[in-house]
Design a protein around this ligand. Structure first.
Ligand code: ZN
Length: 278
C-alpha cells in the first residue's frame, strides 16, 4: 500500500520548517531582522496600523515600518487597527479593527496582507468569524503547543513556544534530532517549529543572546525550510489542494507553486498547474 501513497514534503524535499512571528512594530524589530537575516531565516511582523508613530520611541512610524519591512524576506501581517481586546468588542468593532488594519497595511506596503496575530492573544467565535469575513488566512494565538505539528485550523494557529519559554533549547534539540525516516516511504510528515514574541522583550529582559544562540543553532540545516508564516500557510494549503486519483497513479497540482513528494520511496515534483502520471 505504501507504493500507492504520496508523501508530501516542503520545497527541496525538506520535512521541517522554522518560522517566527513578532508583534507590535517596535524599534527592536530592526535588530531581530538583522539576526534572522544573518542566519537565512524569515520572519512575520504583526502591525497595528492605527498605532504607528503614536508612541514615539516605542512604536515605529509608518515611514520607519515601510523602510524596515519592505524586503520580501519579511512578511507583514495584521494585528488589528488599534490592538484592542477583540473578544470584548461587538462584532462590528471587531470587523472594523481587522478590515481597517488590512486595508491600511495593504495601502502602505502595496502587497497582500492576509495573516493575523491576535492582540493580547484573545479571541472567540465572533473574532474568528470576522477574520474569515476579512479574508484572513491564518491567525496566531499565544497558546504554546511544545510540539511541531501543522495546525488543523489555521485561524487557531498555535505556536510551538514563546522565545522566553524555559524549554526553547530543549525543543530545538528535539527538533534538530528528528531525522527523516528514510527506511519507511512515509518518512516524517511536514512539521514546523514556530516561535513568537515581542522583540522589545529582548531589551527589557536583556537576553538578546537567547535569539542569537537559537538562530545560530537552527541555521543552515538541509532539512529545514526557513519560511514566513504566509509561505508556510500557502504551501500547506497548496498541498491540501493536490488532486490524486484513487489508485495514486495521477496527480494534478492546481496551485501556483511546485509541490514536492515521495511515492514508492522515489522523489517527485509536480509543478504548478501540472498533471503528472506516476
Ligand atoms: Zn501585540
Amino acid at each position: 500500500m505504501y507504493e500507492m501513497q504520496l508523501f508530501f514534503r516542503y520545497p527541496s524535499f525538506r520535512h521541517k520548517a522554522l518560522t517566527f512571528s513578532y508583534d507590535d512594530g517596535v524599534y527592536q524589530d530592526r535588530r531581530l531582522i538583522d539576526i534572522l537575516r544573518a542566519h537565512g531565516m524569515r520572519g512575520t511582523f504583526n502591525l497595528n496600523s492605527g498605532l504607528t508613530g503614536k508612541n514615539p520611541g516605542w512604536l515605529m512610524t509608518k515611514e520607519e515600518c515601510l523602510d524596515l519591512y519592505k524586503e520580501s524576506d519579511t512578511e507583514v501581517a495584521m494585528h488589528a487597527y488599534t490592538h484592542p481586546w477583540l473578544d470584548q468588542q461587538p462584532e462590528n468593532v471587531v470587523t472594523y479593527e481587522i478590515l481597517r488594519d488590512r486595508v491600511e497595511l495593504e495601502g502602505m506596503f502595496r502587497r497582500s496582507v492576509c495573516g493575523f496575530a491576535y492582540p493580547f492573544g484573545t479571541y472567540n467565535d465572533t473574532v474568528i468569524r470576522a477574520l474569515r469575513g476579512a479574508g484572513a488566512k491564518y491567525a496566531r494565538t499565544v497558546e504554546s503547543t511544545h510540539a511541531f505539528g501543522l495546525p488543523t485550523d489555521w485561524l487557531r494557529l498555535h505556536p510551538t513556544c514563546h522565545h522566553k519559554d524555559a524549554s526553547l533549547f530543549e525543543l530545538a534539540d528535539r527538533y534538530l534530532g528528528w531525522e527523516e525516516n528514510t527506511r519507511r516511504p512515509g518518512g516524517s510528515p511536514m512539521s514546523m517549529f514556530y516561535v513568537w514574541g515581542h522583540s522589545y522583550e529582548f531589551d527589557t529582559d536583556r537576553n538578546w543572546d537567547v535569539i542569537e544562540r537559537f538562530a545560530e543553532k537552527m541555521a543552515d540545516k538541509k532539512d529545514i525550510w526557513y519560511a514566513t508564516n504566509m509561505e508556510l500557510y500557502r504551501y500547506a494549503e497548496a498541498v491540501s489542494r493536490v488532486e490524486i486519483s484513487p489508485d495514486g497513479g495521477i496527480c494534478y497540482n492546481p496551485s501556483a507553486v511546485d509541490i514536492y513528494f515521495y511515492k514508492g520511496g522515489k522523489p517527485y515534483v509536480v509543478h504548478a498547474g501540472e498533471e503528472l502520471c506516476l
